[in-house]
Design a protein around this ligand. Structure first.
Ligand code: TXA
Ligand code: MG
Length: 330
């Protein structure tokens, strides 16, 4: 059921039930992180393999040291990152304390932690005063939901409540980092960019994180329709009778009358559907629209989706990461 009832959400969570909640990145599927049975329900509802660890969301920074061991040598750097980016879309991996159940971390001795800036999420978590485990609220391997309607498409009948607070702000999942010996290792690109992080320490991008987990698998974030990356739609011509959808970066909708240049016939449109990531070529807007537009194209029963590459700078790195994984699924 989709609702805005925060009191019901707190009640359900307290009793060990699942609730889908909005965060500033994507919608999450939340359960009491310290209740193994509640957390097991997340894996069931998502059909998620048990070797894929979850992110724990804290009510406030006071909870940090109850859940994790902050390494002494990195305390200062972690303090600075927390000061700057929490609450917000940054997840930090720490050595875990005993009280975090193994099912949350898939048996790892580390746990991924963040504090969400979303108002509804923070309010519910504050009222509950208990950490919440919350992966993205999609079935395993599929695109993360950025609206309550997407969550319903993914999990209808499997969870008692979806708290609706409109579309999420960032539209892509949080940046995940591990701090080691004064350096920042980026495990997943996200809204907090490498450029922002490198103001605090030397950063490195871990192409294949040591912890192999489905979120980092090449074929994650998959639409059902095959997706191919291209540089520019101008140079792309579908085969005859091939129904192709375009996820555009360069092309403006105005230019996308897209008559077939070979036939010069303005009635024969090159693309069966066109969605523009951002008419203004704004990467923030593109990230916020990305998953919704891929879902829209995926619902049109096309033969192929082609997506124009975006510049791999700043937020563009996180967008390209998602597009590359989607393109490897076919
Ligand atoms: O923005 C987000 O991070 C959203 C919202 C709901 O908070 N959550 C999210 O969770 O994207 P999920 O489960 O879809 O992705 C979490 C990823 C996993 O793919 C896993 O690779 C990584 O976090 N992860 C979790 N625990 C880890 C650990 N101890 N070490 C390394 N990576 C970890
Ligand atoms: Mg996910």
């Amino acid at each position: 059921m989709i609702s805005t009832d925060r009191v019901a959400a707190v009640e359900l969570l307290r009793k060990g039930n699942l609730v889908a909640l909005p965060t500033e990145t994507v919608y999450g599927l939340a359960a009491d992180a310290l209740n193994s049975i509640a957390v097991a329900r997340i894996f069931e509802a998502k059909e998620r393999p048990r070797f894929d660890p979850l992110i724990v969301h804290l009510p406030n920074r006071g909870w940090l040291e109850r859940i994790v061991d902050v390494p002494a040598g990195d305390r200062q750097l972690i303090g600075k990152l927390a000061e700057k980016f929490w609450p917000g879309p940054l997840t930090i991996v720490f050595p875990k304390c005993e009280i975090v159940p193994d099912i949350v971390t898939a048996g790892l001795d580390t746990v991924a932690v963040r504090i969400s800036a979303h108002r509804a999420f923070a309010e519910i978590l504050g009222e509950l005063d208990q950490p919440l485990a919350a992966p993205s609220a999609n079935r395993f391997g599929r695109i993360s939901p950025t609206t309550a309607g997407h969550v319903l498409d993914e999990l209808d009948g499997r969870i008692p409540l979806i708290v609706d607070a409109g579309p999420t702000e960032h539209g892509i999942e949080s940046t995940i980092v591990a701090i080691r010996d004064g350096r920042i290792a980026v495990l997943r690109h996200g809204p907090i960019t490498n450029e922002q992080l490198s103001q605090f320490a030397v950063t490195s991008v871990v192409a294949t994180p040591r912890i192999s987990s489905p979120g980092q698998l090449p074929s994650h974030y998959a639409p059902e329709t095959a997706l191919r990356l291209i540089d520019n739609a101008e140079a792309f011509f579908p085969r005859k009778n091939q129904r192709v959808g375009l996820l555009a970066w360069h092309a403006r909708t105005g230019d996308l009358q897209l008559a077939d240049r070979r036939t010069r016939d303005r009635r024969s449109l090159r693309f069966a559907a066109v969605r523009s990531l951002s008419q203004r070529q704004d990467l923030r807007e593109a990230a916020a629209n990305l998953f919704r537009l891929v879902r829209e194209l995926d619902a049109l029963d096309l033969d192929l989706i082609v997506a124009e590459r975006v510049p791999s700078l700043g937020l563009g790195a996180a967008i390209m990461d998602r597009l590359e994984r989607a393109s490897k699924a076919a």
